[in-house]
Design a protein around this ligand. Structure first.
Ligand code: ADP
Length: 361
């Protein structure tokens, strides 16, 4: 009995040792060396290593609650898998960031990779679609096998509705991609999900159907910034980068930019920063051109530059903002779905079932 027990323990120890040796070999190899075959190599070009991403949470203005959720759901499990290996605390295999365009979803995804020390693969429809019959499946198989080798990794699906949508008309190819993707997604073991995260982003979450939503149980709303958050974003965009007049009022600018997304604010800042350049060039042309070797100094940026630039860069038009808030309330993190008596899916399921049947016809 005792001998049998010793042999079993020895076998277990040897197999663990083998796993560790394999893991340490993989750790020392570069992603280029780890990629096998032409399909895996395709994803090497869309891979960004954590030290190359170049964006941290500090570069994302506002969105503090989103950063907090991402910290709990992704960073902690990736950095401390030991705390999430048993019991109720499990890392999530899929997470959705949704909200109006330009609110910083892609920026957050990149910063998340840096903060979690994870590789980042940006997957688009183009990288999963091939013009050759049968190759789409091979690409998806390669994506997941490569991801396992280079984990920890975040597989980022920008515009996930277009890639895996499910609602409305879809072609044979997109159905194949979707089914194949979901099959591999389900195949991620709990061990993998400490190290591999499927992170989707979309402006149109209502185009995602039940099978996809089920695989993304955590859905975080990235909303348009209010005045307080616009102020935070402007500080990130302008501090250390631009020469501002003394006493520059961030508060006034934040209040003057109602409806602007983070991306609109960035574009407004660029337009404003161009005004002193324009003035200098005009000045120089009046004086008969720039003196060779002379050093040109730009005047500091004034609030007025931004106010004038609003005529060029306005807030993006938002067709779906009401629909997005409503969707968040129903299906998003912290939305009212928790208050529903019979779970969140009853009406949605019926609608989805009808859609599914309509598609099959
Ligand atoms: P989305 O993916 O939501 O459409 P992006 O992340 O692509 O938006 O944002 C586009 C650009 O707008 C970013 O690269 C960044 O320059 C700017 N931006 C958006 N949101 C923020 C933010 N919260 N803080 C700083 N910059 C932002």
């Amino acid at each position: 009995m005792c001998v049998l027990y010793c042999v079993r323990s020895l076998k277990l120890a040897i197999s663990r040792l083998k796993e560790e040796v394999m893991e340490s070999k993989t750790r020392t190899k570069s992603p280029e060396d780890l990629a096998e075959g032409k399909y895996e190599r395709i994803f090497v070009s869309s891979l960004v290593r954590p030290d190359e991403v170049g964006v941290k949470f500090d570069n994302v203005g506002a969105l503090d609650h989103v950063k907090k959720v991402l910290n709990e759901l992704v960073i902690l499990p990736m950095k401390r898998p030991d705390l999430f290996s048993s019991g109720l605390l499990r890392p999530c295999k899929g997470l959705l960031l949704f909200g109006p365009p330009g609110t910083g979803k892609t920026l957050l995804a990149k910063a998340l990779a840096t903060e979690a020390g994870a590789n980042f693969i940006n997957v688009t429809s183009a990288s999963l679609t091939s013009k050759w019959y049968g190759e789409d499946e091979k690409l998806i198989t390669a994506l997941f096998s490569f991801a396992r080798k280079i984990s920890p990794v975040i597989i980022f699906l920008d515009e996930v509705d277009g890639l895996l949508g499910g609602r409305g008309k879809s072609s044979e190819t997109s159905r194949t991609i979707r089914n194949e993707f979901m099959m591999f997604w389900d195949g991620l073991t709990s061990n993998d999900s400490h190290r591999i995260l499927i992170l989707g982003a979309t402006n149109r979450p209502f185009d995602l159907d039940e099978p996809i939503l089920r695989r993304m149980p955590r859905r975080v709303y990235v909303d348009l910034p209010n005045a307080e958050n616009r102020l935070k974003i402007l500080k990130v965009l302008l501090t250390d980068q631009e020469n501002l007049e003394s006493g520059f009022s961030f508060e006034q600018l934040a209040h003057a930019t109602d409806g602007y997304s983070g991306s609109d604010l960035k574009n407004l800042c660029v337009a404003a920063a161009y005004r002193p350049v324009e003035e200098l060039l005009q000045e120089e042309s009046k004086e008969g051109g720039r003196v060779d070797g002379g050093v040109s100094t730009l005047r500091p940026l004034k609030l007025d530059d931004f106010i004038h630039s609003k005529a060029k860069v306005g807030p993006s038009v938002l067709e779906n903002s009401f629909k997005l808030r409503e969707w968040n309330d129903q299906y998003g993190e912290g939305g009212s779905r928790r208050k529903r008596r019979f779970g969140f899916d009853l009406n949605l399921n019926k609608q989805m079932f009808d859609d599914e049947r309509a598609r099959e016809k």
